[in-house]
Design a protein around this ligand. Structure first.
Ligand code: ASP
Length: 304
């Protein structure tokens, strides 16, 4: 039983005043590609990687092209990928020259003995491994420059969707063999201090997968997701307490809120159950459940 879910970030979007048609149709198009791969027998790991590559290339979301900018106007990108088969994983933080942070994370997983690379070292690895390189301006869009100017003027650090410009991306999948995988990619927070790293590339926080429990990809206030150990917490609640996925995710998010954070997650468990909870006003998401159709939603209850 194949399953897929993806997200394009969460935040306090004014749903009644924001036109989300472009984002919805991008999510649908990309989810359809992922579904096709799964139907053709692709491995969950390949599907989540490719889905996130497409989301990174889409300027509407806060990852790759169109990523939000740090205080100094630079993109600093974070990404992670994890296989549920054996907990193999790879992650990168603070890169601005790797064309696809998620592809580099996959290369860290498979072509290095390590799990997490940062900044210049990650970029050197990208080059050594022959992955595509770009200059930082490749990722910078007009929308993000305006968003940063606005954040500078107001003196705030914001979640991408708070400014009606859209978010961190992630994908989780279950393939025909029952294997799970998760991938997440982000530019982090608008106007963040250079060097700040969020939950996305922290295995066990913003990204986690284990075939015995679930695959999870998060979006929201990274610091709170790190402090709650969100991804591993879902695994632990399911494995040690016998909770079902929905309850584990819901209570995990309650803990994030208790720690002062907000956001959401997409998750698929070993039996193909899907949970897509969030405690912000909106979370851009698409999924394929038991009916085989692609559904897209932004607010709490507006699936099509
Ligand atoms: N979780 C990301 C971070 O804190 C931001 C987001 O999801 O929008 O870096």
């Amino acid at each position: 039983m194949i399953r897929l879910a993806l997200h394009g970030g969460a935040g306090e979007l004014a749903l009644d005043r924001t036109d989300t048609r472009e984002q919805r149709s991008a999510l649908r198009r990309i989810a359809e590609r992922g579904r096709q791969m799964l139907q053709d027998g692709a491995a969950a790991l390949d599907v989540v990687e490719q889905t996130v590559v497409l989301l990174e290339e889409c300027p509407l979301f806060n990852a790759g092209i169109g990523a939000v900018l740090n205080r100094d106007g630079q993109p600093e990108l974070d990404a992670a990928i994890m296989s549920g088969i054996d907990r193999a994983c790879g992650a990168v933080a603070g890169v601005m020259r790797a064309k696809s942070p998620i592809r580099l994370a996959r290369a860290v997983m498979e072509r290095s003995p390590h799990v997490l690379f940062t900044g210049a070292g990650a970029e050197a690895l990208n080059r050594e491994l022959g992955l595509e390189e770009v200059t930082p301006d490749h990722f910078i869009t007009e929308v993000r420059l305006r968003q940063l100017e606005d954040a500078h003027a107001r003196g705030v650090i914001t979640l991408d969707h708070d400014d009606a410009a859209f978010g961190t991306v992630g994908a989780v999948a279950r393939d025909a063999e029952g294997h799970l995988a998760a991938a997440t990619s982000t530019g982090g927070l608008t106007n963040k201090q250079p060097g700040r790293v969020g939950d996305t590339p922290i295995i066990g926080a913003g990204t986690f997968a284990d075939d015995r429990s679930a695959a999870v990809s998060c979006t929201g206030t990274g610091e709170a997701f790190i402090r709650s150990g969100f991804g591993f917490e879902i695994h632990a609640r399911m494995s040690y307490c016998g909770w079902e996925l929905a309850r584990a995710c819901r209570e995990g998010l309650d803990e994030v809120r208790r720690l002062g954070g907000r956001g959401g997650c997409i998750a698929i468990d070993h039996e193909g159950e899907i949970a897509l909870p969030f405690n912000s006003a909106a979370m851009f998401r698409a999924w394929m459940g038991a009916d085989g159709n692609i559904h897209v939603a932004v607010g709490p209850d507006d699936a099509d």
